[in-house]
Design a protein around this ligand. Structure first.
Ligand code: HEC
Length: 224
């Protein structure tokens, strides 16, 4: 009796003899306690430290020989060593209270405490070149408040804000973002279409992030 009962319960399908679940794409296994370089750290560096033509650390201006738009560049030129906040200058300059030494320099706003914590946690976790998209990009029920505003503030606002936004394009609130969406310039920039420069420069967006923008624009670029 007991034996037959057991067999009435559908068992999970185990694909491999070790019993460990097989993920077709290992980078997609997300851990809530892990900081991910590609999704959380790189956009911060690109948007806060890689503004072109502003005396910044982009491939054109590379102030002091430091370029901060890819993993190898950030690690090598920033002198970052996993597990050691005192290696290199990066942590010191983003937390410096003196305006003359602080990065990003005025008139840019300093990094928020939340952004500083993210960078220090990532360094202390080993400063890995890790990636995990499913935690950060979800194309179900796309809305402005839950998806688009976060994407724009993490990936665009560092360059597209302030008195002299890059390309003369300011993307700091719904009105500005939706105007750029309805004119078609937003889509062309993230999709590299109609000769528009790829946004964000150097890194672009992931397919999932581009799809998120597309769904929001196709649904009418609403303030939802
Ligand atoms: C590292 C700085 C930086 C980041 C981050 C960035 N941009 Fe830009 N953006 C620029 C620069 C520089 C230009 C002007 C480029 C040019 O005219 O060649 C520009 C131009 C644009 C334009 C106008 C394009 C045109 O056809 O003239 C749009 C729209 C735009 N960006 C949207 C975005 C969006 C959306 C994001 C985020 C997903 C983003 N940008 C992230 C630097 C940035």
């Amino acid at each position: 009796m007991l034996f037959s009962c057991k067999h009435e319960i559908p068992l999970p399908i185990v694909d491999n003899p070790t019993g460990n679940p097989i993920d077709p794409n290992p980078t997609e296994i997300c851990d809530l306690d892990t900081i991910y370089f590609e999704q959380q750290i790189l956009p911060l560096f690109v948007s806060s430290c890689g503004m072109p033509n502003a005396g910044c650390h982009d491939p054109i201006d590379h102030q002091e020989g430091i370029v901060l738009t890819s993993y190898n560049q950030i690690i090598n030129t920033g002198g970052i060593v996993g597990g050691n906040l005192n290696a290199g200058d990066i942590f010191e300059v983003i937390t410096d209270n003196n305006n003359n030494d602080r990065m990003p320099p005025p008139p840019n706003a300093p990094l928020t405490q939340e952004q500083i914590d993210l960078i220090s946690d990532w360094i202390m976790q080993g400063a890995d070149n890790n990636s995990c998209e499913s935690l950060f990009c979800d194309t179900l029920n796309v809305t402005f408040s839950s998806n688009i505003s976060t994407l724009v503030s993490n990936k665009c606002e560092g360059c597209h804000s302030g008195a002299n936004p890059n390309g003369g394009v300011s993307l700091t609130n719904y009105t500005q973002i939706s105007q750029s969406a309805t004119s078609g310039t937003l889509w062309d920039a993230i999709n590299s279409s109609n000769g528009a420069p790829t946004m964000p420069p150097n890194t672009g967006l992931s397919d999932c992030e581009i799809a998120t923008f597309r769904i929001w624009i196709e649904n009418g670029a609403l303030n939802d």
